[in-house]
Design a protein around this ligand. Structure first.
Ligand code: AMP
Length: 115
């Protein structure tokens, strides 16, 4: 599996830095954002290092589908009942800060800190 030793999310995948993990399987991991915008703010990432959404292609359709199917399940399990927001920041102009593909999934009662 492709890994970047300098990538903070690859380090979370490898257990080299701590995270508040929500769920994990062979291909994906979900954990709470360290600076949440919303009462519930989870990041879902592929374990493989893919720098951004820009780098995704046909080989990644199953992984992307699994992330999208996981998002509502996580919101239900975390008690979100009134809708949620999904967000993928991509590249510099998309204001992506961590260069490892991740989907933000945010919910819970408003007001939110951001978003
Ligand atoms: P983005 O701007 O889409 O790249 O967002 C990156 C997100 O990763 C931000 O919401 C950060 O708060 C979050 N983040 C950065 N480092 C960590 C970490 N070690 N654990 C959990 N979330 C993190």
């Amino acid at each position: 599996m492709n890994r970047d030793p300098n990538c903070v999310f690859c380090k979370i995948v490898a257990g080299q830095i701590p995270s508040k993990k929500v769920c994990e399987d062979d291909d994906l991991i979900a954990f709470h954002d360290i600076a949440p915008w919303a009462p519930v703010h989870v990041l879902v990432i592929p374990k493989e290092h893919i720098a951004s959404f820009y780098d995704v292609g046909d080989a990644h359709t199953a992984m992307l589908g699994r992330i999208m199917a996981l998002a509502p399940r996580l919101m239900r399990e975390l008690g979100v009942t009134n809708g949620f927001r999904t967000l993928v920041n991509t590249g510099v102009d998309g204001r992506q800060e961590v260069p490892h593909l991740h989907v933000h999934v945010m919910g819970g009662p408003r007001p939110w800190a951001k978003g």
